[in-house]
Write a protein that binds this ligand. Structure first.
Ligand code: HEC
Length: 275
């Protein structure tokens, strides 16, 4: 057997081994696919339609203009009930803001600053290294203000919420058309929404047309606001995703380059061996 045949045999054996190793994985996927097609239990949330997000896939990226608009929706609407405890104002610089713009943005929020000499709670303008303030002092206050439901922290919501960004968007836009908006007395059983567990949620429909004014002139329809705030929440869940993707693409290109070099090198080294 010549050296080259031996080499080819090695490669073939390697491929066979890889194929055998992949079998359980493929079988597992089959099992999971079967499970996904099983009849869902009653009250299970409807399947959220897949959206065409710019940040989807290994080559995706965040549309920072949409992220900034989404921040405006969060600050103007969601922040009255939901916290973002994992986020400091300085993190928001990653939306494409200069340190000066971050300082101005932080100063538009008030944070607790202890008690004064008479024991009254005092507040001051937030600084860039402050965390975003929570809307409620604690879970009891949150429950009291929301009929027993605690609005979840949204710092990582698109990663921890089953269905991710698609389902957050579907939930925000999925209320029955006749459902009244936030501020209207909440029905005892909650608001009808096919994307909530049990098809009811304690969250009043938070969005409506013109709920915020966009600085870039985009029309603030309820759909647009839902899209933008979901983009913001996906970005804040994983603010370094774009850097990681860029690094990943670089590594793959480098490995391809290295593989080409190694093929050339191998051919040179084995060139004097007869077939
Ligand atoms: C009036 C208060 C209020 C506002 C404003 C509000 N929410 Fe909520 N939200 C809630 C409450 C209460 C819940 C918990 C619902 C439940 O457990 O049934 C909730 C739950 C959620 C959930 C999880 C849903 C689930 O099924 O558990 C998401 C996602 C969410 N809110 C996003 C948002 C976004 C985005 C905004 C801003 C556009 C927003 N909320 C504005 C009160 C609010």
């Amino acid at each position: 057997m010549t050296a080259r045949t031996a080499f080819s045999l090695c490669v073939l054996t390697g491929r066979l081994a890889a194929a055998v190793l992949m079998l359980p994985v493929l079988a597992g996927q089959g099992v999971l696919a079967g499970y996904a097609h099983a009849e869902p239990p009653p009250g299970a949330p409807a399947h959220a339609p897949a959206q065409n997000w710019s940040f989807n896939g290994p080559l995706g990226h965040f549309d920072l203009a949409a992220v900034q608009r989404g921040y405006a929706v969060f600050a103007g609407v969601c922040a009255s009930c939901h916290s973002l405890t994992q986020v400091q104002f300085s993190d928001l610089g990653g939306m494409g803001l200069t340190p000066e713009q971050v300082a101005v943005l932080a100063a538009s929020w008030q944070v607790a600053a202890g008690r004064d000499a008479e024991g009254h709670l005092t507040h001051r303008k937030a600084l860039p290294d402050d965390a975003l303030p929570k809307p409620y002092a604690g879970p009891d206050a949150a429950r009291a203000a929301n009929r027993g439901a605690v609005p979840p922290d949204l710092s990582r919501i698109t990663q921890v919420y089953p269905g991710g960004a698609d389902r957050v968007y579907a939930l925000l836009t999925g209320y029955a058309p006749a459902t009244p908006h936030a501020g209207v007395a909440q029905p005892e059983a909650g608001f009808a929404n096919p994307y909530a567990i049990g098809h009811r949620t304690a969250m009043p429909p938070p969005l409506r047309d013109n709920a915020v004014a966009y600085a870039d002139g985009t029309q603030p329809t309820a759909q647009q606001e839902a899209r933008d705030v979901t983009t913001f929440l996906a970005w804040i869940s994983s603010p370094h995703a774009d850097d990681k993707r860029r690094l990943g693409v670089g590594v793959v290109l480098y490995l391809c380059f290295l593989a080409c070099l190694l093929v050339i090198l191998k051919r040179r080294i084995w060139s004097h061996v007869e077939k």
